[in-house]
Design a protein around this ligand. Structure first.
Ligand code: ATP
Ligand code: MG
Length: 419
């Protein structure tokens, strides 16, 4: 039977499929746009991307290797649950599917314990179970060692869609979530440390366009170490839009605080000023909310009491996606995202000479101390107006690409078989 257009990518998405018709169509549009961006950004041109029957199909690959390489990138598009390089054929019924499958899988399954997993969309005079049993028998004839449905060494996947059949054996896990742009714009307070990049990533995953503000405390070396962290998010997780980074030199403020503020209040007042500045930038960029990497009780400044006092610095909504995460959970995510190895190169920059910051800030005491910073509003205005703006994806800097999780390759078996 005829082979249809060689190797393809099959990308699956989940939550979008639960939406009403019009928002679903909009989200599928965003997903297609992001997938095209991911393909082009990594040198895969002239690929056709289409939505059919709640799946996304990418056509036009020369080989399985090319499809796999592209698939690794498509699997980083927010909203994508998983991706498989598949080979498609037209079929004329069960016998035909079994013979095509025999040819496709025989070399791959030899000597291994295996399972056939079939799915079917459309009307046929056979069931997916029939496909599994008949193809299973054929593969045993081809030298597969035995059927093992619990824990097979090799899984042969079959998708039958009306008159078409697709074969594959690899599933690359995606982040899931919603396509970027389906929610609004947010501004992440981005230190480049371990936490705030993970917080920003979680907002990208929920469909937000994330811009970033970085408060420079340690001068040029501080910026240099933060940039690669932002670059990982921009180059590898932000397909579909061009994030901006605002770099605010906050040293005039730290200087002011060191001179005029009681030691135990400096950290919390600096955080409040950061929130005020971020609110001003958010207003300008149209960001509806701020994002921080705070996790309840992680450090002195993140007690519940202090978070409340910091929050009162401005009325802008703050989203804290990590609030209930343990440090270890955040680190695990940072490793998968690919920011961890760059984040740990940042030292803790502290220009405030604080030995014992308060864990229970008192709002009246804080407001009183802020009053003593006479020219504060003026300084805030000047440093905010002077923020440097970086178009992160256009920034000429190479950072390491995150490793994908591929299910079905013997040497990287991770997670459950999700599709
Ligand atoms: P992170 O790992 O994100 O640096 P942290 O555990 O060091 O966080 P804090 O220093 O208390 O915690 O910072 C809390 C949050 O405030 C950060 O997650 C980040 O959102 C924001 N923040 C802290 N420092 C900066 C900075 N220099 N620039 C921008 N945002 C910052
Ligand atoms: Mg930090």
């Amino acid at each position: 039977m005829e082979e249809i257009r060689g190797w393809l990518l099959l990308a699956r998405y989940s939550e979008i499929a639960l939406k009403g018709k019009s928002s679903r169509r909009r989200m599928e549009g965003l997903l297609v746009k992001a997938i095209k961006d991911a393909l082009k950004s990594h040198g895969f041109y002239d690929k056709k991307v289409e939505v059919r029957e709640a799946r996304i199909w990418v056509h036009g690959f020369e080989s399985e290797e090319e499809a796999l390489e592209a698939g690794k990138r498509v699997a980083r598009v927010m909203g994508v649950v998983s991706v498989s390089p598949v080979k498609g054929f037209l079929h004329s019924g069960l016998n035909d599917i079994v013979e095509l499958g025999r040819k496709f899988f025989s070399g791959r399954v030899k000597g291994k314990t295996f399972a056939v997993r079939a799915r079917r969309v459309g009307e046929h005079d056979f069931t997916s179970k029939d496909v599994e049993v008949r193809l299973g028998e054929a593969l045993l004839e081809e030298g597969a060692s035995r059927v093992d449905l619990e824990n097979p060494e090799y899984t042969a996947y079959v998708e039958v869609r009306w008159g078409e059949v697709y074969f594959y054996d690899k599933i690359i896990r995606g982040p899931g979530g919603l396509p970027i742009g389906s929610e609004g714009r947010v501004l992440a307070l981005f230190s480049g440390g371990i936490d705030s990049p993970v917080a920003a990533w979680l907002m990208l995953k929920r469909g937000c366009m994330v811009d970033y503000v970085f408060f420079n405390i340690g001068g040029e070396p501080h910026v240099k170490k933060m940039l690669p962290v932002a670059k990982v998010l921009a180059d590898y997780w932000s397909y579909g839009y061009y994030p901006k980074l605002y770099i605010v030199d906050i040293r005039p403020i730290t200087l002011l605080l060191s001179e005029k503020t009681p030691e135990h209040l400096r950290t919390i007042i600096l955080r409040r000023i950061m929130k005020r500045i971020a609110s001003i930038i958010a207003e300008k960029t149209g960001a509806k909310a701020l994002v921080t990497g705070e996790s309840l009780g992680q450090v002195a400044s993140q007690t519940l009491q202090n978070i409340v006092v910091i929050d009162q610095a401005s009325p802008t909504t703050v989203l804290r996606p990590l609030i209930g995460f343990d440090k270890q959970e955040i680190v695990e995510l940072a490793r998968i995202i690919g920011t961890y190895e760059y984040s740990i190169r940042l030292e803790e920059y502290c220009a405030l000479n604080v030995r014992k910051p308060t864990t229970r800030a008192n709002i009246r005491e804080v407001l009183e101390a802020e009053k003593q910073l006479g020219e504060l509003d003026n300084v805030i205005k000047i440093i905010t107006d002077n923020a440097e703006i970086v178009n992160l994806r256009r920034l000429d800097m190479k950072v390491r690409e995150p490793e994908p999780k591929i299910i079905g390759l013997q040497h990287i078996v991770l997670g459950e078989n999700r599709r």
